[in-house]
Write a protein that binds this ligand. Sequence first.
Ligand code: HEC
Length: 727
Amino acid sequence: MGDGCAPFKGRCFEGLELTMKSRSFIIGSAVALVAAALAGCAPKGGKTAKVDDARLVAGSPDGADWLSYGRTMDEQRFSPLTQVNDQTVGQLGLEWFSDLDTARGQEATPIVVDGVLYTTTAWSMVKAYDAATGKKLWEYDPKVPRAKLVDVCCDAVNRGVAVYKGRVYVGTLDGRLVALNADNGKVLWDKLTIPKGSHMAITGAPRIVKGKVLIGSAGAEYIVRGYLAAYDAETGKEAWRFYTVPGDPSKPFEGKHLEAAAKTWAPDAWKNGGGGTVWDSITYDPKTNLIYFGTANAEPWNPNARGGKGGDSLYTASIVAINADTGEYVWHFQQTPEDRWDYDSTQQIIAADLPINGKPTRVIMHAPKNGFFYILDAKTGKFLSGKPFAKLITWASGLDPVTGKPNILPEARYEQTGKPFMGWPGALGAHSWQPMSYSPKTGLVYIPANEVSQPYNAAPKGWKPGKVGFQIGLETSKLAMPADPNIRAAAAAATTGSLLAWDPIAGKARWRVEHTGPSNGGTLATAGNLVFQGTAGGEFRAYTADTGKQLWSFAAQSGIIAAPMTYSVKGVQYVAIMVGWGGVYDVAPGILAAKSGSVRNISRLMVFKLGGKAKLPAPPADAKRVLDPPPFTGTAAQADAGSVPYHASCNVCHGDAAIAGGLNPDLRHSAALGNPKLWQQIVHDGLLSQNGMVAWKDQYTPEQIENIRQYVIRRANEDKALEAKGK
Ligand code: HEC
């Protein structure tokens, strides 16, 4: 029991006392009463952060506060503040910053209530600051075991807190939902939300709707079953759990929607989880009283591992709408039926009023990984429009203009053709979790867009999931980046990112700013005719919202992936951003991660205002590392064999073709490469598991692990030869 709860003093106990009729009743029921008091009296929230439902729904009309993840419940990430505007932004300067005690990807959007800023960092830690001065008020560390890193595809990230009635809520990487006292960060309650022992993880920000805390989980590469769950904000008691994919057919369906969904899966598919996790977007629209959430990919990616031709695999890669009072199914729209490309539909969902065919219509807007921009009727889920926002789409020839269903191209069904398929977009998506924003003033949606491909190839028939790490049913060892400078240059050139100003009504780009590489930060639009975005190359920038002209930039010293936010205290407008490279692109082929420039991680919260004069300390010099591997003495057969487990399991953190992105060690440089015994101790036995490098003994034999070493030694020597030629 955390502090602040006084079940035997104050309101709760007094309430019980009134019902006590006699002494014998008291004695006879003592045990039951204590239990009732404990259950009925949740620890009290703090005196600060007094955010209630009315305040959340109003969404801080003057722009002073940023009360929930996407600022307003419709998650437009549009601020009415205008002090920083297209005329004044040139004077924007750093006012304060805070160095963070973790050097991993920073993805959070801070929340600001009444002059206090709450944010999370990697490893799900929470910090509260005086939003004007930067004075740290308190911090909380949920002490996530570092070995949990093996259950996440894309770094130990966290996207932020929710704040309500004196409490601050955080979902932790190891699957807990924790309520903190907003005054001091003390734990009020701490609940495990994922099934015990499951490979699920929480990276997303909780949302508050009508007294409940909503949270899903990540994990659709690790044999899991997706859901969205709701908890009583005061007590932490689970109110409902909406499963997105059917479970064990020998048990009753947990809802009619699952009975319908079961028809779209092969009978045995549930045994491999199904996926459809709800790891990011959750949007509540008070105008429809619906909660919208996006679901992740179907799993395993390869449909053969889902019991063969399973059909659409509902409700994966979909938007689902449920009743905000009951948590019951209302409608769904599947963006990517029969997903086999990891096309999550989990990206930020924006609700807005748009003129559709001249008629004001409540809609939701969505730009999922699959490359099409969707507008759906918010009330009914009816498809209103869908236009490609990605420059190249190779998996579908387009969408049916009436139903919005994609026309899937036969070559994209790689498990049926038995041939590798080059997917554009790839699994990293034409748009990932980086939030987009919408300005009602310009009518434009600002999308952090990516052009990035991925080769897909089905694992041989009979593939079965193992116990540790990624379990997706692909075999891509022969499709890894070759040591050919021309191919590498072409791949790097084709892989880009941009800030895309999308006109949702016209269904086309109004303007676009090309960035050096992919995986740039989320966006913020303001009434000052500005759009803010950080880049993977480490610059924080402002553009005019109507034309995309760059007006301001700041050298942040580390790649930015998070979204900026803005607030005001005592009439002064501030702009805040979490800085710190990491996340999904750090685990992508290293040469693509490096394309944007600096991929080092220096994690900081930075806050700007007009006339701000704070200075960052000088960054450490980028040390050029020269490859110096032991000579390759293994056989080609050994190294070829080692490439298979490497690209099934290790590439997720150490990079495609053993070229790392910057956060996790680049194995071509590892001292353990020349020490087979140490290599076994690390990889087989888990010598470094406390630092996030787990044991693989439940997945691979010592011989396979030795083959991986030979593969990495060969790779390192190939690249050393390229370096020697100056390539
Ligand atoms: C979930 C992420 C993740 C996966 C997957 C992963 N590793 Fe690691 N690995 C790490 C981290 C983090 C470290 C650094 C640990 C430390 O700092 O002590 C590391 C360190 C290592 C090291 C020591 C590197 C050095 O500094 O000399 C080796 C060797 C290694 N990993 C091999 C592998 C192999 C082989 C696989 C696949 C079977 C694999 N790893 C899969 C995260 C991962």
